[in-house]
Write a protein that binds this ligand. Sequence first.
Ligand code: SAM
Ligand code: SF4
Ligand code: SF4
Length: 338
Amino acid sequence: MNDLRDQLQRPLRDLRISVTDRCNFRCQYCMPAELFGADYAFLPSDKILSFEEIERLVKVFVSLGVKKIRITGGEPLLRRDLPVLVERIHHIEGVEDIALTTNGTLLKKYAQDLAKAGLSRVSVSLDSLDEQRFAVMNGHRGKVATVLEGIEKAAEAGLLVKINMVVQKGKNEQDIVEMARFFQEKQHILRYIEYMDVGNSNGWRLDDVVSKKEILEQVQQIAPLVPAVPHYTGEVATRYQYADGQGEIGIISSVTDSFCATCSRARISAEGKLYTCLFATEGTNLRDWLRADIDDATIAKRIAAVWQQRTDRYSDERNEQTMAKRQQAKIEMSHIGG
Ligand code: SAM
Ligand code: SF4
Ligand code: SF4
């Protein structure tokens, strides 16, 4: 089934698995504290996929063409014994790469164990080097210094580290150049992410987006940038190298320069729903299939059928009408993890 294609001839190659809907941050653009307060009903543990269930699904997805796994959340390092899951996935034949997206606060504690378990790469989210601005963006839950320590430990453990910075107008655009300089010096790749209209909680407005073009203009203050040749089809970030050979940056421009034509990503939420787009409004309940007496071959066939029906290209089509149609119905980022 490796030649499985959706309606736009896109293969299924990447699987992003959210292992928890909980988070120790309250980033305004993702889980604003006003909406995700003390009385917010997170998923009870029996509704979340177990490691056995995730392992089973990964095997099924690999049989359909998936090669790369990304573990995300919520904050994935809040899930107990995460290195055990990484190790199980690492042993599945056909998995070529396992990555983790994290806010980095618990990375210092887990980096070694994750690397030993077979994790290859980690993307650490950090929106500013200024403690005050970072605090405002993460709902006063995390410190720059802690995230930087996590990044260092991850690099020491041999993990390939990338940094993700969501850029929001009026919040952290003044950090674009300083972040580039800092991580160029540290030799970690920084990737800027255009602020996206994911979920329904963040009150997104197009005016709050700092575009790829604006970001590029700012970073070129350091040195001219030249486009880099993509490593593979479907690469999420557009990569640029400093013309003087001193490193590279990436920009994930879902809003101003979308890339749906090569999107080979499927996502599974912590409760086991399959989503074929980050901006989906409905998912397919895989957990029910796993917990009913349905064999893996049948589950594989059903997932293949979902992928074959896929027509998603939300970012390519984003306009006032498509946005209005999905208003209040999109799945939250903290459920499917970016
Ligand atoms: N908690 C982990 C973290 O923050 O890295 C993993 C989950 S988080 C939802 C995954 C990524 O999505 C992070 O890099 C985060 O900055 C990004 N993200 C969340 N909401 C976003 C939004 N509205 N626009 C763009 N990126 C967003
Ligand atoms: Fe948590 Fe990540 Fe969302 Fe921030 S972006 S609230 S760290 S899940
Ligand atoms: Fe893929 Fe949907 Fe994002 Fe387009 S909008 S790149 S189809 S996840």
